[in-house]
Design a protein around this ligand. Sequence first.
Ligand code: FES
Ligand code: FES
Length: 179
Amino acid sequence: MSALNRHQVDREPNAQEACALVVNGQSCNLSVATEASLMHVLRNDLVLNGPKYGCGLGQCGACTVLIDGVAARACVVPAHGVQGRAITTLEGLGTRDQLHPVQQAFIEEQAAQCGYCLNGMILMTVSLLTQNPDPTESEIRHALSGNFCRCGTHIEIIRAVKRAAVLMRAFHRSSHDKR
Ligand code: FES
Ligand code: FES
């Protein structure tokens, strides 16, 4: 028996352990199955339904969240492995009254049909623009290449990312001027 298999057999299948997460700026102390994915905990324990279940295999991007500001696929991230890190879901980006610039750009460009992929598209865009505030179209395409949209809304989504880049730069300029 391999070491991995022995480890799996030795473990109680549904054992629960304390798990301290920081989600959208709030500390949450939970009892979570040792094997639970971050997506499972966000959706089922914290009722944050921004992250969507698509493939469950880390291949479609529907479940994207930010971990310390960087996009990650919550369906393949073990919840216990991200204790204490800053996790941001779609719900933590903006509010109805004060949208995040990326959310605003997606609405202004009408970049959605069914909307199922939008959680991943928006959070991947936030991650991209944080690292690269003025991406070229080819950089945008590359960054979003692992996020699938079954409705074929890609043209509008790319337009929305370009608009989001402009809005984010303006937002950062005005926050800087107010200091
Ligand atoms: S549901 Fe996580 S990448 Fe598809
Ligand atoms: S808008 Fe339907 S999957 Fe993208």
